[in-house]
Write a protein that binds this ligand. Structure first.
Ligand SMILES: N[C@@H](CCC(=O)OP(=O)(O)O)C(=O)O
Length: 304
């Protein structure tokens, strides 16, 4: 029997709420839930990183845009987080899957004791087949101490649960050498073996901007890939518009586990049957657990 593998899937606000119409993207939400169900059938343990607390708070209060004050955002996150969880709880319970809310702050990661408690809770939830749904505890996260973006929190979570893969699902299908929204000739980057040499080549003043609803963008995704890579985890950037792309990518790399054979069976987006995505290889010097310190966060190493 193949041992269980853990994967972390991160979904940003721009994937949950349409930026123009402000509608909740229920097709994406349902697609994520059925993909998670399929992955679990394939023997994967799944952790979901869901943004959306501030965005759902805005919707609930009928406000048009994010407030500029931290306090305003904290209050909206407190309003919206329950709505986010209620949505996930409903959509997963239709598939007989229980979910759990895990809210983390920087302090929980910086304190060895609290870090261990969080790791133990993750392990317990996964061992009883529950899908942990993670977000930053925005109400308690002030400017000085916040993790700040959920791409980074996704990488930290992936490290905590010893994930094999971190999937960052977003509104573009992969990393591009320039911003595809501004440059129609932007070239796709399929594989990244060295993030530091990529940093030397890419212009983040154009690639870094996130959407109006979210806080991230490619800069935070690269930072997340760096953290995950240093901890021996593969990071994937792919489009949230077709959440089943996660299963297709795992079939492509991990076909035996998904029970469908290799990639030739998959529909694929490219001529060679490869679903569109960018894959970041783990740092060859990586050791599980050392990824967080590698990028300067004061975080204790994992006990394995
Ligand atoms: N914790 C915040 C989201 C922070 C964040 O990184 O958002 P995003 O750029 O949409 O992934 C929230 O739930 O609204």
């Amino acid at each position: 029997m193949i041992p269980a593998r853990t994967i972390v899937i991160k979904l940003g606000t721009s994937s949950l709420i349409d930026e123009t119409t402000h509608d909740i993207q229920y097709d994406i939400v349902a697609g994520v839930a059925s993909t998670v169900a399929a992955l679990r059938d394939g023997g994967y343990r799944v952790v979901l990183l869901s943004s959306g607390a501030v965005g759902f708070g805005l919707l609930r209060m009928g406000l048009p845009s994010r407030p500029s004050s931290l306090l305003g955002k904290q209050a909206l996150a407190a309003i919206g987080q329950g709505e986010v969880m209620s949505m996930w709880s409903n959509v997963f319970s239709q598939r007989g899957i229980a979910v759990a809310q895990v809210l983390l702050t920087h302090d929980d990661i910086a304190s060895p004791k609290r870090y261990d408690h969080a790791v133990n809770t993750f392990n317990e939830l996964l061992s009883i087949d529950v899908v942990p749904i993670v977000n930053e505890n925005d109400t308690l996260s002030t400017k000085e101490i916040q993790i700040g973006d959920n791409d980074t929190l996704g990488a930290i979570t992936a490290t905590m649960v010893h994930a094999s893969y971190l999937f960052l699902l977003t509104d573009v299908d992969s990393l591009y050498a320039s911003n595809p929204k501004h440059d129609v000739h932007a070239s796709r980057i399929d594989l990244v073996t060295s993030i530091s040499s990529l940093r030397e080549r890419l212009d983040f003043s154009d690639l870094g901007a996130g959407s109006a609803n979210g806080t991230g963008g490619m800069a935070t995704k690269l930072r997340a890939a760096e953290i995950a890579s240093a901890a021996g985890i593969f990071t994937v950037i792919a489009s949230s518009s077709r959440p089943s792309v996660v299963s297709e990518i795992l079939e492509y790399y991990d076909g035996e586990r998904m029970g469908n054979g290799a990639s030739s069976e998959s529909s694929g987006d490219t001529e060679d049957g490869r679903p569109l995505h960018t894959l970041f290889f783990p740092d060859p010097c990586s050791r599980k657990g050392n990824g967080l310190k590698a990028v300067g966060l004061e975080i204790p190493p994992l006990m394995s």
